[in-house]
Write a protein that binds this ligand. Structure first.
Ligand code: APR
Length: 230
């Protein structure tokens, strides 16, 4: 049975109105990574970090999946083999489009995490440093997102999926953040056919056997049609 593993990044949600990180005017041009996306930044100013993620949670809740998310859900539903999405995105747009086999390696805006006891629960739309963990009652509530300097989720499982993949596709990711940036090379060495679908070539485009350039809403549905026609 054919196995398709897809890695998605901020580019797949750009046409849903969610800003990417490193494109011109992107999130990292407006905010300092060390202030809002590191454990040290959270320890220094938890209110600032909560405000940043509260705003992103509201934006994500108002966004709708675009043709690229819908095409991947269609692929999962119609493909005879296995389709797995590994996403770096913390929005819920893959699930909103109907994808079910999704691993959130950088966590999710929909989740809250207790920094004291690791308990997880559904995040309210607005979080604050005064919020207490429903389990241990410590006011150490944080968004369940992976910050720089922290280990992404599901990594053992993800490396194994990459080794089992017949096709590996990276969509809308700049290839600047590890370990996701190494997935193309890892899957390719293990024998997968590797494809990049992106607006601009990523820094590791040479790790891929095939590259298609364009808007995700155009090139992802076109690629899915091709796979389903075979
Ligand atoms: N269609 C396809 N690709 C697009 C589109 C679009 N409409 N718009 C932008 N892109 C591409 C850009 O060319 C770029 O390659 O999406 C990519 C976005 O790159 P980044 O902003 O670096 O986002 P990403 O790769 O997902 O970032 C990885 O960095 O800070 C962290 O944790 C954060 O998960 C994130 C990680």
């Amino acid at each position: 049975m054919e196995k398709i593993v897809l890695l998605t990044g901020a580019g797949i949600s750009a046409e849903s109105g969610l800003g990417t990180f490193r494109d011109e005017g992107g999130l990292w041009a407006q905010h300092r990574i060390e202030d809002v996306a590191t454990p040290e930044g959270f320890a220094r100013d938890p209110s600032l970090v909560h405000r940043f993620y509260n705003a992103r949670r509201v934006q994500a809740a108002q966004a709708a999946p675009n043709a690229a998310h819908h095409a991947l859900a269609r692929l999962e539903a119609a493909c005879a083999g296995e389709v797995l999405i590994v996403t770096q995105n913390v929005d819920g747009l893959h699930e909103a489009a109907g994808s079910r086999n999704v691993l959130h390696m950088h966590g999710t805006l929909a989740g809250a995490l207790c920094g004291a006891c690791d308990h997880r629960w559904p995040a309210p739309m607005e979080m604050s440093p005064q919020d207490c963990c429903p389990k241990c009652t410590t006011p150490a509530t944080r968004p369940d997102v992976v910050w720089f300097g922290e280990m992404p989720y599901h990594m053992d499982e993800i490396w194994t999926h990459l080794e089992e993949a017949d096709i590996f596709v990276a969509i809308g990711t700049s290839g600047q953040v590890y370990p996701a940036a190494a997935f193309g090379q890892h899957a390719g060495r293990a024998g997968a056919h590797t494809i990049e679908l992106n607006l601009e070539a990523s820094v590791n485009v040479h790790d891929f056997t095939d590259m298609r350039q364009g808007l995700a809403s155009v090139i992802v549905p076109a690629w899915v049609d091709e796979v389903l026609r075979r």
